[in-house]
Design a protein around this ligand. Structure first.
Ligand code: EPU
Length: 354
């Protein structure tokens, strides 16, 4: 087991923030996790599980032992009359996995194309886009408990999925104030994820941007590949490519309010973008709220608000001259304050602050 020291983390986070890991171990398979845990000193050490680094803000060097998950492999587990069950190692690139499933003739993930990050990180924040969330396609995952070394499998209910949330984002009982936490944050290392792609395939098209693509192209019954291509075009047009401009996707969650709160805001702000949800609550477009407060294109230091989508914070610098995690968080707090002052809504950040 190779322990790398003083490892630059800039290549391993999509915000391209400069920071170092004091110690880093690459996890290529389950045995590597067991090797870490069988060493008494390392077993006790606080650990940080790093996937594709696409949903984190590094605010300094990481003192915890970084376990960088590089578990590979993808396969069809089972084909039944009702679904294809596919599996990927946690270290597989999410978008490459989506592309591969389509190439194999197993559609169902096309709406989730081009989301940065790894397969192992996808359940952590229950990734979602264009009308599909991971939980809609989720079958089960394998993980290892970093305290006990035990391997286990979780189904969707046990993962506690909700909008951009799961048990993996919540503190474990021992860490939570009052011991009430039910989460697995910092405790689970996800090794493999299985997805259920239902048959017969049905397109998910009810999203405005997709409807526009359909109208423009004149295609009324698109194939999975057609939808995949449209999703890639839509994302490339409004979201920055992390390979070019450092970012972590949407920085805040879209807040939900009661119909009464929404009516109150509409009375003051008639143009507010909102969507009525099935459970009776109303979702507000955080990007619109931030845009309305005049933040689009603004910066604090090298941290900025993306010109084409105000919900995305970006790193305007490159190399060593880029934004620090502190600048990103200062900008995020300033945005939260102005949105709160104008709309009375506290935006909740989506990435994990390390
Ligand atoms: N809007 C503005 N100004 C802006 C940005 C948005 O007025 O600067 C308005 C748009 O006009 C639109 C509405 O806000 O009417 C919603 O914008 P958009 O369709 O871009 O989607 P979003 O709600 O901002 C969410 C997800 C994205 C996902 C898209 C498509 C969250 C936090 N974000 O963005 O996910 O790709 O929908 O499904 O739910 C991510 O999580 O990292 C992510 C990129």
């Amino acid at each position: 087991m190779l322990v790398e020291k003083n490892v630059p983390l800039q290549p391993y986070n999509t915000f391209r923030i400069v920071a170092r890991a004091h110690s880093l171990i690459r996890i290529k398979d389950e045995a590597d996790v067991r090797a870490v845990l069988s060493d008494p000193a390392r077993a006790q050490a606080p650990k940080f599980v790093l996937g594709g680094g696409s949903n984190i803000v590094l605010t300094g060097d990481v003192k915890s032992l970084v376990l960088k998950v590089e578990i590979k492999g993808r396969r069809l587990v089972e084909e039944t009359p009702r679904a294809w069950i596919v599996e990927a190692g946690a270290g597989e690139n999410w978008h490459d996995f989506v592309t591969w499933t389509l190439e194999q003739g197993w559609p169902g993930l096309e709406n989730l194309a081009l989301i940065p990050g790894t397969v192992g990180a996808s359940p952590v924040q229950n990734i979602g886009a264009y009308g599909v969330e991971l939980q809609d396609r989720f079958e089960s995952l394998d993980a290892i408990d970093l305290q006990t070394g035990q391997s286990y499998t979780l189904d969707a209910a046990q993962c506690g999925f909700s909008y951009r949330d799961s048990v993996f984002k919540h503190a474990a009982p021992a860490d939570a104030a009052g011991g009430l936490g039910l989460g697995l944050a910092g405790r689970a290392l996800i090794t493999r994820v299985r997805l259920r792609l239902p048959k017969p395939w049905k397109p998910v098209l009810g999203y405005l941007d997709l409807e526009r693509k359909m109208a423009e192209s004149g295609v009324s019954e698109p194939t999975p590949r057609q939808i995949y291509d449209w999703i890639c075009e839509i994302r490339r047009a409004k979201l920055p490519d992390p390979a070019v401009i450092g970012n972590a996707g949407s920085f805040f969650k879209n807040p939900t309010v009661t119909p009464e709160q929404c009516a109150d805001i509409i009375a003051r702000e008639p143009k507010i973008v909102h969507y009525h949800l099935d459970d009776g609550t109303v979702k507000l477009a955080a990007g619109w709220l931030i845009d309305a407060c005049g933040w689009k294109g603004k910066s604090i230091g090298q941290a900025g608000v993306y010109e084409k989508q105000a919900l995305v914070l970006v790193n305007r610098g490159g190399g060593d001259q880029g934004a620090t995690g502190g600048e990103v968080m200062t900008l995020a707090k300033a945005i939260q304050t102005s949105v709160y002052e104008r709309f009375g809504i506290l935006l909740e950040p989506e990435p994990v602050v390390v």
